[in-house]
Ligand binder design. Sequence first.
Ligand SMILES: Nc1ncnc2c1ncn2[C@@H]1O[C@H](COP(=O)(O)OP(=O)(O)OP(=O)(O)O)[C@@H](O)[C@H]1O
Ligand SMILES: Nc1nc2c(c(=O)[nH]1)N=C(CO)CN2
Length: 300
Amino acid sequence: MSDRIGLTGIVAEACHGVLEHEKRAPQRFVADIVLECDLRRAGTDDELASTVSYADIAQGAYAVLTGDSVDLIETLAERIAAVALAPVAVEAVEVTIRKPQAPAGVPFVDEVTGGPFVTVRREHDREVVIALGANMGDRAGTMADAVRALTAVDGLEVVACSPLLETGAVGGPEQPDYLNAVVVARSRLAPWTLLDELHRIERNHGRVREVRWGARTLDLDLIQVGDSTDDFDLRFETEELTLPHPRAHERAFVLVPWSRVDGTAQLRTAAGSEDIRELIDGLPAAALDGIRPGPAWDPL
Ligand SMILES: Nc1ncnc2c1ncn2[C@@H]1O[C@H](COP(=O)(O)OP(=O)(O)OP(=O)(O)O)[C@@H](O)[C@H]1O
Ligand SMILES: Nc1nc2c(c(=O)[nH]1)N=C(CO)CN2
């Protein structure tokens, strides 16, 4: 993503360094931070929640610079990168730490821009679970095309894909059976950017939204974003996007293919993290009745 938010020249006097006297006599440290994020949404809705508060990042970085004394500017850069990467909108960060008064045995050009520096770049790599469904047209062909389209999304790396399962339609009007599958991927993208990509792929496959839960050429749902160790980006509730998907826990056509691609997966429900195998075991027998193997495929 080429959109960026920058903070240059955050300056603090602090006691970081390897040498004994650096631990006692404060010297200057300067941090420059570049956040890579998709700013299209914020540019349209004018909402702070769609972007990152640069003041929060600046204060977080300053707290690291003035916090615990460390030996290396690498450590400062790593800690500030972790702070800057935390907001859900941020895809990647670049952090530069300068030490313009460093005791290096040589003069530097000035006391702000000279001296040694380190730059680190870190990007998000969150697990993403995507459910696919189709019950109109060439279902298997469309599903395979959709997986290929997912592999072509910049910032999304498809890791594994479940077998195709044939499932009876749940809810909505009378309609043909579905093919369903689940893809597990990793991504640096913000969840709303991912949703935009899913909608684009749906549109390219003739998806129209007329009847709720009606028949469709292709349906791509974002089931969950983030790993179980994350705690800042797992839950997301806006008008256009709810994460984890609010109906995933009760849908055999999502849970069963997901369990085929990741048998130990957990879904974060309102009740906490739940083993998807336990969720499947808790479904009424009727929910599992209509699920059977679909055609063989190898879309990756
Ligand atoms: N986690 C999510 N994944 C996909 N769409 C979501 C999600 N959360 C909210 N939505 C919103 O739901 C809207 C309707 O999506 P869609 O047409 O795929 O619904 P559906 O498949 O008929 O029903 P369901 O939402 O029960 O799966 C989308 O426009 C999207 O903005
Ligand atoms: N079997 C099956 N039933 C559904 C499906 C689906 O993918 N498979 N999707 C729905 C809305 O997303 C509603 N009902």
